[in-house]
Unconditional design. Structure first.
Length: 364
């Protein structure tokens, strides 16, 4: 089982949804980075369950503790170890699926691959794991801050309703002003209504998160197998419930002619830039200094409170009905996860690029 992510800024995680604790060990964090446990906690609070009526009512404090790698508020260069205790598990809610497989979950595939699975809340396959990624991502953001890079994500679509504004028209300071993390109040209220309707019908709904990376220097990413957009795509598609990733013009770019789609270069304020940005800030797998923007699509949560036909480990047909506490829509809580995984990718590739600094004049 692969439990690590990254090459230089490397995360290794552990724990299960209903185990005693979850945690992450970060190897490769440069020394001398100011590490704020408060900032880590703030991002975890944005992801934690039980925060609003549009999320699961499982109540976890998700209080993080730093065990190693930080001294007097700064990274030492040694592995940083973080852990988060689980406190509000209700494992008995999952007894009825100990030998049955929930539709569209990892139950069946885990059982076939490993022959043994922790069915409590999905065990290792649970999105509870993403708290580790957010904790690590908070530290990645602290590193990115030293080079002037900012990562912001927001909910841009719930169900069929899409926010019809360019990200440049939005005030990112308003993302946290509502429970769905949409910077447009009018659309935020409509998104909440859609989620409420799905919840009352004992159903779930999906959506899209848009992420913007600004201030990224030229030269991040590799030209062949570690292309920046490929690594971002891998990171996003590793997030539970994600079904799609597109960057720049994405799928809509196929409707354009090359003469329309090409981003022409210009000299502006004594620097090379592009007049348009259909490339999404990445050309040839390498950042070009423009904003990097992408969309991440999340499916409706698989656990629904309705009867569903399924099978058990003995190939018998069974009727399953979910118990316990579950998100009617995972998208609002996934915003910090998307930001964090983007930050983890950027730091890893930035440190990789710095290895070649003596051969390159691009990075400073």
């Amino acid at each position: 089982m692969s439990n690590s992510f990254g090459k230089i800024f490397k995360l290794s995680t552990f724990g299960e949804s209903h185990g005693k604790t979850i945690g992450v060990i970060i190897d490769g964090c440069p020394p001398g980075i100011k590490i704020s446990e408060k900032k880590i906690q703030e991002d975890l609070n944005r992801r934690r369950p039980g925060q609003s009526k549009v999320t699961t009512q499982r109540t976890e404090e998700d209080k993080v503790e730093i065990l190693s790698g930080v001294f007097k508020g700064q990274s030492t260069g040694s592995p940083i170890s973080l852990y988060i205790n689980n406190n509000d598990q209700k494992s008995s809610d999952y007894d009825h699926i100990s030998k049955s497989f929930r539709p569209s979950h990892a139950d069946f595939t885990y059982h076939k691959k490993y022959g043994n699975r922790d069915y409590r809340g999905g065990g290792r396959s649970s999105a509870r794991e993403t708290a580790n990624w957010v904790a690590a991502g908070a530290i990645a953001k602290m590193i990115l801050k030293t080079i002037g890079v900012n990562v912001n994500a927001y909910v841009s679509k719930i169900g069929k309703l899409c926010l019809d504004k360019n990200y440049k028209e939005l005030d990112f300071k308003k993302i946290e002003s509502n429970i769905v993390r949409c910077p447009d109040k009018r659309f935020a209220n409509k998104f909440i209504e859609i989620i409420d309707k799905a919840k009352k019908k004992l159903d779930t709904i999906g959506g899209v998160i848009t992420c913007i990376i600004s201030g990224c220097p030229i030269g991040i990413g590799e030209p062949i197998f570690s292309k920046l957009h490929a690594e971002l795509g891998k990171a996003m598609l590793s997030i539970n419930a994600v079904k799609g990733f597109e960057y720049g013009s994405g799928f809509s770019g196929v409707e354009m002619f090359g003469s329309e789609h090409n981003d022409q270069f210009q000299i502006k304020n004594d620097r090379i830039s592009t007049k348009s940005n259909f490339s999404g800030g990445i050309q040839g797998g390498i950042s070009n200094g423009e904003d990097i923007y992408f969309n991440v699509a999340f499916k409706p949560v698989s656990t629904i409170m309705k009867d569903q036909k399924s099978i058990d480990a003995n190939n018998n047909t069974v009727i399953l009905k979910a118990k316990g506490r579950h998100d009617p829509c995972v998208v609002p809580r996934a915003v910090p996860i998307v930001e964090s995984m983007a930050a983890n990718v950027l730091v890893d590739l930035y440190l990789l690029s710095k290895k070649w600094k003596k051969y390159h004049y691009i990075l400073k």
